[in-house]
Design a protein around this ligand. Structure first.
Ligand code: ZN
Length: 226
């Protein structure tokens, strides 16, 4: 079996399960996994879902490309990412270029991961500290979290923000901070909570909508980085 999308061969794994009636398709990384009772069924499901396969494969490659030293999103802006193999372990940002100095692509990716995390914590800490002071909110700690949430606040008032939050525009990060700081007063999403958010971030309705537009980007990034 061979599947070509835009001239590239899609990696394929065939899992034979003789007892199953229907065949299934899923992507594991950029590899297509076909589960079927025999090869005839496997070929059939691939043929019938050609469009789905192409669409998913393209979106996976698109998201991977971000971390193959082409471009990355930072503060809501797309930067050209360059890899300089002549020096080691440093990151330099210019107006629209970020240069990663590392011995190869793998090290550059680790460097990028660490760099994003450091930028996120420093950016978010500044906003938390000034907003908390301005609005008399108390918190215990600021940390970084992975996974699918932009931020969280525990009952002990420990704030956590997504490791890659520095990728989104700063005004949207300000909304995320206001949201979590409001939870230090209200550990729910009641009317009183949203009033609190509005007090800290008057434009929160628009920013909250804009934040959602970054959700699919974040998911594609995480698939690659985590
Ligand atoms: Zn919340």
């Amino acid at each position: 079996m061979e599947i070509l999308v835009d001239g590239k061969q899609v990696k394929l794994r065939y899992m034979k399960k003789p007892h199953i009636r229907n065949a299934y398709l899923r992507f594991k990384g950029d590899m297509l996994v076909v589960t079927a009772r025999d090869e005839r069924k496997a070929e059939q499901i691939i043929r019938e879902n050609r469009k789905w396969i192409e669409k998913h494969y393209r979106s996976i490659r698109e998201s991977r490309r971000l971390f193959d030293a082409n471009s990355i999103l930072f503060s809501g802006k797309r930067f050209v990412a360059l890899l300089d193999k002549t020096a080691r372990n440093s990151v330099e940002t210019n107006s629209d270029v970020i240069i990663f100095r590392a011995k190869n692509e793998d090290s550059a990716e680790r460097l990028l991961d660490r760099w994003l995390s450091e930028r996120s914590i420093s950016m978010v800490s500044d906003i938390v500290v000034s907003k908390a002071k301005e609005h008399c909110a108390e918190f215990r700690s600021i940390g970084i979290c992975r996974g699918s949430r932009w931020g969280s606040c525990s009952s002990k008032k420990e704030l956590k923000f997504n490791k890659y939050i520095c990728m989104i525009p700063i005004d949207i990060t300000e909304y995320v901070v206001a949201h979590e700081l409001a939870h230090t007063h209200q550990l729910n999403h009641s009317r009183a909570f949203w009033d609190e958010v509005e007090r800290m971030c008057p434009d929160y309705r628009t920013l909250r909508k804009e934040l959602r537009s970054y959700d699919s980007y974040r998911r594609s990034v995480f698939r690659k980085l985590e």
